[in-house]
Ligand binder design. Structure first.
Ligand SMILES: Cc1cc2nc3c(=O)[nH]c(=O)nc-3n(C[C@H](O)[C@H](O)[C@H](O)COP(=O)(O)OP(=O)(O)OC[C@H]3O[C@@H](n4cnc5c(N)ncnc54)[C@H](O)[C@@H]3O)c2cc1C
Length: 488
């Protein structure tokens, strides 16, 4: 590994240099912050571990074959191509040094760092298994493009295997789909898996009837869509039940394995449900970068790992660091796209005020969130919408959902192709993205093993360098050998 370099220190750096804004994350918070700084007299570096801006609310449509990855995950580099003051860097941030004002990252085996004057941290959240991380192997969550492709292949793979198996019990297990978590993502997934089984795949198998698949939506809470209130939650529940989805509430998952799940009911009894395909959408945990920031400052984190920020979204004692979106905790604001978008724009605006208008951080107005409402689809032609006291369900809500999601998709071309894909889906439940591969199911696990080995090699090499020995090449060579082994 080479000495960490600063990717900002190029010959092209203007002298005297401009105010440097580093943004971590290309999700809603990070991207909107960068775009809001377009005309500002600053240099923006946006770093993210993924090269795309992911529209997470439509991930379930990739997982169930309606939309392609490209439609919901355009490359960030191309989105910001015409923004001259912005550069995009692909890298995994592993350390933020608030004293040195430096962000340390790696891109593969290359380590580099970025200096900042202002930092906007928008690294989002990961799936949470509430301390049972071993569930993940059998019940993947849905936070990334990889998750959606893996789930799509797992879902379709179950139908394929059910077609060729003779054992009736195993066939039933393969045709049982469990979605854990009855929030918006769980409801959307349950509705789409049911539609896939009953409509899209109809008449396409010879030995099984895909419509006989059992789709179970399960939650430890007593309600469907709790944040939407009773009326809309019940409407969503009724619609799902009409589609044949089994709803099991007050059901706590106590174990997940290859064969199925173990559930504890309110009376304390424990039962098993055999199912090959399990999907986890039950909770989130903020990026570990939040904890790292809290350890270096007077900030605290909550149980979900979110950073308790000041009213101006900054960290105590560090007005130059903003934390926005799913990583921040302020006034019980929910982890939704609008909180991240508005937070990102707000942080950008404060930086502009201070760099260009000479204002001081003490003059910042508190962040005010404008709640534009929440919505979730249940099935084709059916959604729920809550805007203040207005609650709508059914077709009109679905049309509203459609318009809002189209409006927030990035890029004109993506809107057009998405509209076309939706048209095909509405017209005849045609889904054009039903490709599945074994690699999407298994490769991630292999890659994670390789990455862990590689990270260990980098650590060993760094240690050797610090100690003045030359173990670096030996360690890398050794790990490279082991990597090859593990991939095989
Ligand atoms: C399946 C699903 C459905 C959803 N549906 C809705 C919905 O219908 N409506 C709604 O309002 N909200 C919805 N949400 C929530 C919404 O998507 C999030 O609130 C929003 O994406 C948060 O934005 P963010 O910028 O904080 O984080 P994210 O959008 O998650 O972006 C995080 C970014 O940080 C990067 N990153 C993370 N760690 C590192 C690191 N160490 N180094 C470098 N980069 C890093 C990631 O690559 C990513 O680019 C949904 C979420 C999911 C998962």
């Amino acid at each position: 590994m080479t000495e960490p370099a600063s990717v900002q220190d190029t010959a092209a750096t203007p002298v005297p240099r401009r105010h440097r804004v580093v943004i971590i994350g290309s999700g809603f918070g990070g991207l909107f912050a960068a775009q809001h700084l377009e005309k500002a007299d600053v240099d923006v570096t946006l770093i993210a571990r993924t090269g795309h801006h992911l529209f997470q609310p439509l991930l379930y449509q990739v997982a169930t074959g309606i939309l392609s990855v490209g439609e919901i995950a355009p490359p960030t580099r191309l989105i910001l191509r015409d923004q001259e003051n912005a550069s995009v860097v692909l890298g995994d941030v592993n350390k933020i040094d608030v004293t040195d004002k430096r962000v340390h990252a790696t891109a593969g085996h290359i380590a580099f760092d970025l200096e900042y004057d202002s930092l906007i941290v928008a690294a989002g959240a990961n799936q949470s298994y509430f301390g049972n991380d071993h569930f993940e192997r059998w019940a993947p969550g849905m936070k990334t493009v990889d998750d959606a492709l893996e789930l799509r292949s797992r879902i379709l793979g179950c139908f394929e295997q059910a077609e060729v198996i003779d054992d009736e019990e195993e066939r039933r297990r393969l045709l049982t789909f469990i979605i854990v978590g009855a929030g918006p993502t769980g409801v959307e997934m349950a509705g789409q898996v049911a539609e896939l089984a009953q409509h899209t795949l109809k008449d396409s198998f010879r030995r099984i009837d895909p419509a006989s698949a059992r789709v179970i939506l399960l939650d430890a809470a007593p309600a469907v869509l709790p944040p939407f209130g009773n009326k809309l939650g019940n409407a969503a529940r009724a619609r799902l039940e009409k589609m044949g989805v089994e709803i099991q509430l007050n059901a706590m998952v106590t174990d997940v394995d290859y064969h199925g799940i173990e559930v504890k009911d309110p009376d304390g009894s424990v039962r098993r449900i055999d199912a090959s395909c399990k999907i986890w959408s039950a909770g989130v945990q903020a990026s570990p970068l939040g904890k790292m920031l809290a350890e270096q400052t007077d900030a605290e984190i909550d149980r979900a790992g979110r950073v308790l920020v000041n009213k101006d979204l900054s960290l105590p004692g560090h007005s130059e660091i903003f934390v926005v979106g799913d990583m921040m905790s302020l006034d019980n604001l929910p982890g939704v796209a609008q909180v991240a978008i508005q937070g990102g724009k707000y942080a950008a605006k404060q930086i502009i005020n201070e760099v260009e208008k000479g204002k001081s951080p003490a003059q910042r107005p508190p962040f005010k969130y404008f709640d534009k409402g929440s919505m979730a689809t249940v099935s084709r032609y059916s959604a729920v919408v809550k805007m203040g006291r207005i609650e709508i369900s059914g077709f009109i809500a679905w049309v509203m959902w459609l318009i809002v999601h189209l409006a927030y998709l990035i890029g004109f071309k993506n809107r057009v192709t998405t509209m076309f894909s939706w048209g095909m889906h509405m017209g005849g439940d045609h889904r054009s993205q039903l490709t599945s591969t074994k690699q999407w199911v298994y490769a991630r696990q292999a890659i994670e093993r390789v990455a862990a080995d590689e990270a260990a090699a980098v650590r060993t090499a760094e240690e050797a360098r610090r100690n003045g020995t030359s173990a670096e090449s030996d360690a890398s060579a050794d790990t490279a050998g082991r990597n090859t082994e593990s991939v095989r």
